[in-house]
Design a protein around this ligand. Structure first.
Ligand code: DC
Length: 211
């Protein structure tokens, strides 16, 4: 399940995994955890070579239980800090570094294993799991995405979220290595007018039809 920030990927992927008794993997959390590690180790995020040099160091452990997803970083739970504004601002720069992507894509493929998992991200259908039996690309209008993101945060405004989302979309879809893109064989779902339950029902229908 791929798509831009705020398209509803996380809630929909978890809901689908739960409904089908599958595992769930949030690959954005992995990029966020590496970003948090770089920040706490005072790596200069304006210097891609400095990020690349340390890309192999953070130790990540992912929970793939859709009822208790989470990430441990060097043995410590990191679910709080990876959602901070500081990490959100910096994550696109870190996830554009090829050495970071190589490492995380390898880890993601290991976790995916033989399948039985719903994976959300930006490059899952195109790069990480090109043979996935069902690929969904979620979109939503900028306004809808900013409104949803704003509702999840405190001390923010829809206008501020709109600026932040547009900035991240541009960085994520124009980077050289594995940019945000829809796979040729993915089904595009515009969630703007849909409730979460409707999105989940539609994906379950696609799984039945294609899976
Ligand atoms: O889904 P999210 O907002 O938590 O993702 C955070 C960032 O991680 C996103 O701005 C781009 C990056 N990302 C990526 O490059 N590739 C993925 N498969 C998932 C996320």
């Amino acid at each position: 399940m791929d798509g831009p920030s705020g398209s509803g990927k996380s809630s929909a992927s978890r809901g689908v995994a739960r409904a089908l008794g599958l595992r769930y993997l949030d690959t954005g959390a992995m990029y966020r955890a590496v970003t948090w590690w770089m920040l706490t180790h005072e790596v200069d995020l304006a210097d891609p070579a400095a990020i690349a040099a340390r890309a192999g160091e953070p130790r990540l452990e992912m929970s793939t239980d859709p009822d208790a997803p989470g990430v441990r970083l060097d043995g410590e739970p990191a679910d709080g800090p990876i959602r901070s504004a500081e990490v959100t601002r910096a994550v696109s720069a870190v996830s554009a570094v090829p050495e970071v992507r190589q490492r995380l894509v390898a880890l993601q493929r290991e976790l995916i294993g033989a399948g039985g998992i719903v994976v959300e991200g930006r490059d899952i259908g195109t790069v990480v799991a090109p043979d996935a039996p069902v690929k969904v690309y979620l979109t939503a209008s900028e306004e809808a995405r900013a409104t949803r993101r704003n509702a999840e945060l405190t001390g923010s405004t829809v206008a501020a979220q709109r600026v932040e989302l547009a900035r991240r979309d541009t960085l994520d879809s124009t980077r050289k290595t594995d940019p945000l893109a829809m796979a040729a064989d993915a089904v595009e779902l515009d969630t703007t007018p849909m409730t979460l339950d409707e999105v989940i029902a539609e994906v379950l229908r696609l799984v039945k039809e294609r899976g």
